[in-house]
Each structure stands twice: as C-alpha cells, then as structure tokens.
Design a protein around this ligand. Structure first.
Ligand code: NDX
Length: 256
C-alpha cells in the first residue's frame, strides 16, 4: 500500500515552483490565449464549449484528492487537521467542477490549453492530496493554532470574494452573449481582477493553514498564473473602454 516519500513531495513541489516561474516569464509579456486574450482568427475549430472544458479540466483536482482520502487504508483518523484541510481543497474544486461550469457564459475554450490544464489539475490534485493524506503531521491542537485559524479565515474570505466576483462577471452577459462589458460592484469597484485576487488570497490562506511546502508552491503558482492575467485584463479594459474608472487597480485594491 502507499506510504509517504518525503523526497517525492519535495521533488513535485520544486517542479511546481519551477512551472510557476516558467509561467511568470511567459505570461508577463503575453497573456495565455483564452477568453478575452484569444486571437479570434486562429484555430476556429480546436475548441470545446466553456461548460465542458471547465468541468473536464478541473475534475481531477476534486477527484484525485477525494479518492486518495477515501481509499486510504487504514483510514486516516488522526489528526483531524489533515482530513479537514484535504476537505477544504476538495470543497473549492467541488465548486469549480460541479457548480462554476454549469453557470458560466464564457467563450469556447481552446483544446490545447484544456489538455495542459487537465494535466496540471491531475498533478496538483495528486501533490496536495498525497501530501495531506499520507505525509502531513500536525499536533492534536493544530485546529486552535494561530496559523490554522488565520489561514482558514483567509481561505474563506478569498473563496467568498472569488465566488462573488465570478457571479458578478457572469451577470454581465445574457445567455448566448459573448461581448465584454465593464465589471461593476463588489471588489471590482477597486480592481479589474477581483476574482483572481480572491483566488490568490484563498490559496495563500490554504498554505498558511496547512503550513506545507506543496501548498505554498501551489499558492505561488496561482500568483504567477493569474497575477499577470489580471494585469493583462486591466490593460485590455483601459484600451477598450475610454470611460474605464481611472482609480481602479489591476489586482490588489489601492496598491497595484
Ligand atoms: N484553470 C488554474 N502553463 C486554468 C486553465 C488554464 O483553475 O500551459 C490554472 C485553473 C491553464 C491554467 C489553469 C494552468 C496553466 C495553463 C493554463 C493554460 C496554459 C497554461 C495550463 C489550469 C500552461 C505551463 C506553460 C506552465 C504549462 O468569454 P470569456 O471566457 O472571456 O468569459 C469570461 C467572463 N468575463 C466577462 N464577461 C463579460 N464582460 C467581461 N468584462 C468579462 N470578463 C470576464 O467571466 C469567463 O466566463 C468568466 C471569467 O473570466 P476570467 O478571464 O476573469 O477568468 P478565467 O481566467 O476564465 O478563470 C475563471 C476562474 C477564476 O475564478 C479564476 O480565479 C480561476 O478560475 N482560476 C483560473 C486559472 C487558474 C487558477 C484559478 C489557479 O491557478 N488557481
């Protein structure tokens, strides 16, 4: 049966960190080509409806850790921290897999990115799940530790911002519409990438609550992946809408 190999966790986390840097170097200059940054003319056929694409792509991030947790024998009964944290991760991806895709009004998603996105979700789902189910060890009172409580609070706050902002974006379109408008309300009052800001806060909260290398590597990856994207969204809005609110920042309210 499976057991913990610390060197495997270390290697996979290091590779995740390296992928994060690769993303940063690629996406600081040009955005990843989906949504509003896709060149309309190229590859009109290699796409899947947003609904299927997001469902398929995010499913492994829910399924892999959920299965690792459920199938572990003997079941992990102690400490409570590990199961709780693994469930938090699965909870986010339950939303992203089973709820978000069914309401999205996004454009069809490029197949090539779907392929890499799916690979990424398998990789990360395995790393986070494997670490929490087989390797993590917490003292029995971890649930009252300041790292756990403050991290959990940040996680919930970030998730709230992310879900609320996703909702505001969706409401900009009627079903079948594919045009872009100026997002209004919630944290969009202050930043162009409110959904991304929420997601980044969420995963840094998760990293603090788990206090683990894999979770910090994933938070860093998220920052490098959608941080630049928020900046490209911001530039797109400034270029497209002459009446775009001048005081709005790209990602972090009042700062950047
Ligand atoms: N999926 C994370 N890299 C990504 C898919 C793409 O969950 O090869 C990372 C995630 C993947 C990426 C994933 C990993 C890296 C990949 C990349 C592809 C290439 C890259 C694999 C897996 C890669 C290397 C080199 C390392 C191998 O039509 P539309 O779609 O634009 O409509 C949008 C709509 N909307 C508007 N509607 C009207 N008016 C406006 N002004 C509008 N603005 C937007 O709202 C969408 O329907 C919707 C949201 O759009 P947008 O662009 O704001 O968000 P989006 O980027 O689509 O993300 C959706 C949610 C969001 O909450 C975000 O926080 C979360 O997913 N997310 C996204 C990406 C990654 C991630 C979270 C994470 O890292 N944690």
């Amino acid at each position: 049966s499976m057991q913990c190999f610390p060197s495997l966790v270390l290697a996979l986390s290091a590779l995740l960190g390296a992928l994060a840097l690769l993303q940063l170097s690629l996406y600081l200059r040009v955005p990843s080509r989906y949504g509003k940054h896709e060149e309309r003319l190229c590859r009109p056929r290699g796409r899947l409806p947003a609904r299927c694409a997001w469902f398929l792509q995010e499913l492994p991030s829910f399924l892999v850790p959920a299965l690792l947790l459920a199938l572990r024998s003997p079941p992990r009964l102690e400490p409570l921290g590990c199961r709780l944290l693994c469930c938090l991760f699965c909870w986010h991806y339950f939303y992203r897999t089973f709820i978000y895709p069914f309401f999205t009004r996004g454009r069809p998603f490029p197949l090539q990115l779907l392929f890499f996105g799916t690979l990424f979700c398998i990789y990360n789902g395995f790393l986070q799940g494997y670490y929490l189910v087989y390797c993590a060890e917490y003292p029995n009172d971890w649930c009252t530790d300041i790292r756990f409580t403050s991290g959990l609070l940040l996680f919930l706050l970030g998730m709230g911002i992310n879900i609320h902002s996703d909702l505001l974006l969706r409401q900009l379109r009627k079903p079948g519409e594919v045009t872009y408008k100026i997002p209004q309300g919630g944290l969009f009052t202050y930043v162009s990438g409110a959904n991304y800001f929420g997601e980044i806060v969420e995963w840094f909260g998760f990293a603090i609550a788990t206090w683990s290398l894999p979770a910090f590597a994933f938070a860093f990856f998220t920052l490098c992946c959608i941080g630049p994207r928020a900046y490209h969204h911001h530039r797109y809005y400034l270029k497209t809408f002459t009446d775009y609110p001048k005081s709005r920042k790209a990602l972090v309210p009042f700062v950047f």
